[in-house]
Design a protein around this ligand. Structure first.
Ligand SMILES: [Zn+2]
Length: 457
């Protein structure tokens, strides 16, 4: 028998498939045809007598997980191509195992009209098979005074629209909060009417203005701190506004214990509320700042061990629905400035999976299946994308991982232009071997080892 298909992933253990837990112990063969998972066969290839001249991805000793989905990245394009651009950002995504990413609107120009949304969509499609969805701003220029053209962005004819029904993945004022409550309510009502999630950066700028967490480390370094209250105040306000408007609020990059507690309580009667955190908030604390300097400067800042443990507990009990990276690259010379001067933000796409795997799965806090749920299935649900699973009939978004071999994170090897990482030198496990998006091999850690064309099975 001879099968016609474009790619085969052979002898792999599938995690995050349609089946139950038992399927994970079995070897499977995944047949990909025209970008879609055509068929999943149980058992290794030898049992099938398969023959094919299609591309072979070797899965023996490895696991296949659904393509990861990052609902929070900054690609700095348009406006800041020295920090990142759509091509380099999509390459970083593929290298990190991400097949869909959503980019935040704090670009120049701001993503506040359909024109900018279409620019991102066109450039993304030309750059990479990785799906790039734009997130629109809440207000024009993110100035907080006039609502952005949300309806126009929602109606934009984009790849996002073809796959989710919405021209943009959501709206966000990320980088700041919309403090004008009346305008915020207007924006929330618009989002609700269009069925868009509101990705909500929660920070009371009246309490911000510092550069790291306010506490013992900021005092010992003599720099101004940002209290956890800057976050929790707006978390509490926006939980109230979600109740009042019925809008779907998704709280971004939760970092503080009190925020986790507020979300846990709110979810008892507000099931539509969702929240994300980023790997640095559950793997690092402010204690690394004296050693790492501005490499560990991001907003919200790394907080205390108590906050870190609360974020982990929130991820374990479902209070925090998903993990996003808040990939926020800057040029090395910008991050080389002092703690007070350097910009906020660290790259995250190429460390997200391994750091999460090493911090959450190895110690037994989450199973690998649960981690995939938080990095793929739940993000897919948030943006209304039919994905996050390895299942016949779905787009072939498949990532091959290797779990056991430790490796050290080296920012100099990132595909991202942002190479200054707080994880520099950290030994982790959970390597991305290759990333298949829409049936296209868009990352291969070792060209020869991963994929060999025209091999007879
Ligand atoms: Zn943010």
């Amino acid at each position: 028998m001879r099968d016609t298909c474009d790619m085969i992933v052979k002898d792999v253990q599938i995690v995050g498939g349609a089946g139950g837990g038992s399927v994970e112990s079995d070897l499977s063969t995944i047949l990909i045809r025209k970008g879609v998972i055509a068929e999943i066969r149980n058992g290794g290839t030898r049992n099938h007598g398969l023959q094919s001249d299609c591309r072979i991805v070797e899965g023996a000793g490895r696991k296949a997980i659904p393509g990861l989905i990052d609902v929070h990245v900054h690609l700095r394009d348009p406006g800041f191509p020295h920090k990142e651009d759509i091509e380099s950002g999509c390459r970083a995504a593929a290298a990190g195992g991400y097949t869909t990413i959503c980019c935040m609107p704090n670009t120049d120009p701001t993503i506040d009209t359909a024109d900018v949304v279409r620019y991102i969509d066109r450039k993304g499609m030309a750059a990479s098979p990785v799906r790039l969805f734009a997130v629109g701003a809440m207000t024009m220029g993110q100035r907080g005074t006039v609502a952005a053209r949300i309806g126009e962005m929602h109606a934009a004819d984009t790849r996002c629209r073809a796959l989710t029904g919405h021209g943009i993945a959501g709206i966000s004022e990320d980088g700041k909060s919309l403090l004008d409550e009346e305008l915020m309510v207007t924006v929330l009502r618009t989002a609700k009417a269009l069925g868009l999630p509101v990705m909500d950066h929660t920070e009371d700028s009246a309490l911000a203005g510092g550069c790291i967490n306010e506490g013992t480390v900021s005092r010992s370094l003599g720099v101004r701190g940002i209290p956890a209250e800057a976050e929790t105040r707006i978390v509490e306000r926006d939980i109230r506004l979600a109740r009042e408007t019925g809008a779907r609020i998704h709280l971004q990059h939760i970092s503080a214990a009190r925020s986790v507690e507020a979300i846990r309580r709110a979810k008892e009667d507000l099931p539509g509320l969702t929240a994300e955190t980023a790997p640095h908030y559950f793997s690092l604390t402010e204690d690394v700042v004296p050693r790492m300097g501005a490499a560990a400067k991001m907003n919200p800042p790394l907080r205390t061990e108590r906050d870190r443990l609360a974020v982990i507990e929130g991820l374990a009990d479902g209070t925090i629905d998903l993990i996003a990276t808040d990939h926020a690259p800057h040029a090395a010379r910008e991050k080389a400035q002092t703690l007070a001067e350097a910009p906020f933000g660290v790259p995250g796409l190429e460390t997200g999976f391994a750091v999460s795997y090493s911090t959450l799965v190895i110690p037994g806090i989450l199973t690998l299946r649960e981690l995939i749920d938080r990095m793929s299935r739940r993000p897919a649900e948030l943006i209304g994308l039919n994905g996050g699973r390895i299942e016949a009939g779905l787009p072939a978004d498949i990532v091959i991982i290797e779990e056991n071999e430790p490796f050290a994170i080296a920012g100099g090897r990132f595909a991202s232009k942002g190479k200054i990482t707080p994880f520099e030198g950290m030994t982790v496990r959970g390597r991305i071997i290759c990333t298949i998006c829409d049936g296209v091999l868009c990352y291969d850690c070792n060209q020869r080892a991963c994929a060999t064309p025209k091999e007879d099975l």
